[in-house]
Ligand binder design. Structure first.
Ligand code: NAD
Length: 252
């Protein structure tokens, strides 16, 4: 039996693909042969150019994921532009930092809406499409080390990412029998906008670096291999797992 990581003929939806980890994942999926639907509220120009430079295919779909209003259109637009929707990467996410004693309802709701509520309803719209078409598919949620650990000063983020690990397991149990794999990637500390505040704080930066066995902050191009694996036939019997890509952080 040949094990295949090839995504030729598949279309992958990647949310928040304009920068950071979403961009790294979109480029990796395109490199493995998928057409990529780049979904978000910012210009996808840089990601489109990077994908074109490796001979890949992409389409951009404008959507603000702070509400669930666009979820149906994201699936139908992807199918209209690319002919199918086979892989969904729920990457878009936000973080709000403040002491829990001072944390506001607005910061709680904003994070839970993007990181958890929209992820569920976009996954539901995607799975309904697959079931209606009687097709298999792959869902990859971008979780966090805060799916396993508590952290500090990010209560809604930790709640959302811990919830996302649970949601990954629940959806895997419900949809594995329908040929839909639901898994998650838990990135460690990566050099993106999301972690800028930590890298700008010399004490936190040094403490984080000292704990990473690999000895460096992750680079967006270091996340793509795990996404290709979970999107491909090579992972067909993997359901409900949360795969850390963390330079060894959790092993410490
Ligand atoms: P980032 O801030 O660079 O990227 C976040 C992406 O989400 C951007 O593309 C942004 O436009 C998009 N987004 C946010 N709100 C949106 C909205 N309302 N509508 C549409 N798009 C929206 O940070 P990143 O590190 O690349 O984050 C990507 C994912 O990885 C997030 O879910 C984040 O929680 C997760 N993550 C990051 C790290 C890390 O160390 N960087 C660690 C663990 C998990």
């Amino acid at each position: 039996m040949t094990i295949s990581f090839d995504l030729t003929g598949k279309t992958a939806i990647v949310t928040g693909a304009n920068t950071g980890l979403g961009q790294g994942i979109a480029i990796a999926l395109a490199g493995a042969g998928a057409t990529v639907a780049l979904v978000g509220r910012s210009s996808m120009m840089d990601t489109e150019a990077a994908i074109a430079a490796i001979g890949g295919q992409s389409h951009s779909i404008n959507a603000d994921l702070s509400s669930i209003a666009p979820v149906g259109d994201i699936i139908s637009e992807t199918v209209r532009l690319s002919g199918s929707a086979d892989i969904l990467v729920n990457n878009a996410g936000i973080i709000k930092r403040a002491d829990s004693l001072d944390f506001t309802e607005a910061d709680w709701d904003a994070v839970m809406d993007v990181n958890l509520k929209t992820v569920f309803f976009l996954s539901q719209a995607f799975a309904r499409h697959l079931v209606a078409e009687n097709k298999p598919g792959k869902i990859i949620n971008i979780a966090s080390l805060l799916s396993f650990q508590g952290g500090i000063r990010i209560p809604s983020y930790t709640a959302s990412k811990s919830g996302l690990a649970g949601l990954t397991r629940l959806l895997a149990c419900e949809w594995a029998g329908k040929g839909i794999n639901v898994n998650a990637i838990a990135p460690g500390y990566f050099d993106t906008n999301n972690t800028e505040a930590l890298r700008n704080d010399p004490e936190r930066n040094a403490a984080i670096l000292a704990r990473i066995p690999a000895g460096h902050w992750g680079k967006p191009e270091e996340i793509g291999g795990a996404a290709v694996f979970l999107a491909s036939a090579a992972s067909n019997y993997i359901h409900g797992t949360v795969l850390p890509v963390d330079g060894g952080w959790l092993a410490r």
